[in-house]
Design a protein around this ligand. Structure first.
Ligand SMILES: N=CN[C@@H](CCC(=O)O)C(=O)O
Ligand SMILES: [Zn+2]
Length: 409
């Protein structure tokens, strides 16, 4: 006797489980089974496929003709931070750009001030609200970066909050040390970078990855290489915020340093894009950020896919450049602005997002953790199409219902 059967599934979305990230044309292939069911026992998938009579369970969930997919994976967030920056919206409307705000001591540095002031408990309570919303929107795996401490005490505080969130919520998290996220006010960039490199030994026990913001006025390619080499030497796999605004060659550096992902890539060069095919570095695209910063030019997802690259999508939730924790919204922007197909989008927020953070998630094969979403939608194309609302009806984590859409009172 099994624990649960989910019956009456109109279509079951089954991304392919592979050792390497899906790339190029593979990303447009998605196994969708009509009239399906999922059998769960001990929190794991026993069967996911066409309706059959061969299984019994203690409990039956009626999917009522809705669709089911693996729970989503958000592979790039800055979910632990103090305060907010709504005042920057007006500045941006007046034409002041993102890097100018940072140069004047605002932007990331404003959030650093607010994060340093906040206690562990205050940061935990604040991030809990975002994580709750993410779960309600169908996300059960989240990458979470530090980077608003910029000193030992506060970077550790952020990472420890992130770890506590992972313990208390029914999600898997990956924790990323992003010490070199900005240069603190009045600090010398080389001295600060050395300080952050000096922390790698300590943070490697509580982090999964090391990340750096490689950008004009922040850290150069040479500095980023030095940091990534130091992290790799210590066995901490690297990520990079690369080519977001200026084409510095961050994607090429990511591939050279065997980064698990290179993120942003709006200004990535043709050379960088063509190098993707021979690497397992996942291009994590963040179109919600381009949208929120009011830019016209989006990352060249089609170029990357045509070059046989592996592409993923994330919210980049943070208080300055993308203030949404709704990954479904990002799926819509990817369809509209990155010109990705629905199949590519689904693979990008499930199996490839999992590859971008080294998580065994995003699929529903036999033996996988039963992390899935029942979506109130007629088909898989509908979710990126009907944008800005939550289509998640029921969210199941390790076989247990953790969210059900409430009705009107
Ligand atoms: N671009 C650098 N870091 C973040 C934004 C952080 C912030 O503005 O607070 C990003 O990925 O978009
Ligand atoms: Zn980021």
């Amino acid at each position: 006797m099994n624990d649960t059967i989910i019956r009456n599934i109109k279509s079951l979305i089954l991304p392919k489980k592979t050792d390497r990230p899906l790339r190029g044309r593979e990303m447009d292939e998605l196994n969708i089974i009509g009239d399906a069911m999922v059998v769960i026992d001990g929190g794991k998938v026993v069967y996911a496929g066409a309706e059959t009579d061969g299984y019994e369970a203690e409990e039956t969930i009626d999917a009522a003709g809705m669709i089911v997919s693996p729970a989503l994976v958000d592979p790039h967030t800055h979910v632990v931070h103090g305060g907010s920056r709504e005042h920057e919206m007006a500045l941006k409307r007046q034409g002041v750009d993102y890097l100018t705000i940072l140069e004047k001591g605002g932007g990331i540095l404003n959030t650093v001030e607010q994060t340093r002031k906040a206690t562990h408990e205050a940061l935990f309570d604040k991030a809990s609200k975002n994580i709750t919303r993410m779960i309600q929107h169908g996300v059960l795996t989240v990458e979470s970066k530090s980077g608003y401490g910029l000193d030992r005490e506060n970077e550790l505080k952020q990472l420890n909050v992130s770890r506590e969130i992972a313990e208390k919520f029914p999600i898997e998290m990956k924790h990323t040390f992003l010490g070199p996220h900005a240069i603190p006010k009045g600090a010398d960039s080389e001295t600060f970078l050395n300080e952050m490199i000096g922390l790698l030994d300590e943070v490697k026990d509580i982090s999964d990855f090391a990340d750096i913001f490689c950008e004009t006025g922040v850290f150069t390619i040479d500095q980023s290489r030095r940091y990534m080499e130091a992290a790799n030497e210590k066995g901490l796999r690297v990520k990079i915020h690369a080519d977001e605004i200026d084409p510095l060659g961050g994607l090429e550096l990511a591939i050279e340093q065997d980064a698990i992902s290179a993120d942003h890539l709006v200004a990535a060069s043709e050379t960088g894009k063509s190098m993707l095919k021979d690497s397992d570095t996942v291009a994590v695209l963040l179109p919600g950020t381009t949208f929120y910063l009011g830019k016209d030019k989006f990352a060249d997802a089609r170029g990357m896919l045509d070059n046989d690259g592996a592409v993923s999508l994330a919210t980049d939730y943070n208080p300055g450049s993308c203030v949404t924790d709704n990954l479904q919204m990002i799926m819509a922007i990817a369809g509209l602005k990155l010109k990705m197909t629905p199949n590519e989008i689904w693979n990008a927020v499930t199996v490839n997002a999992a590859h971008a953070i080294g998580a065994d998630r995003g699929t529903l094969q036999e033996g996988d953790a039963a992390n899935l979403v029942i979506w109130d939608a007629p088909n898989h194309e509908y979710i990126p199409y009907h944008y800005g609302v939550n289509h998640a009806h029921t969210v199941v984590a390790d076989g247990r219902v953790v969210y059900e859409r409430p009705g009107l009172l």
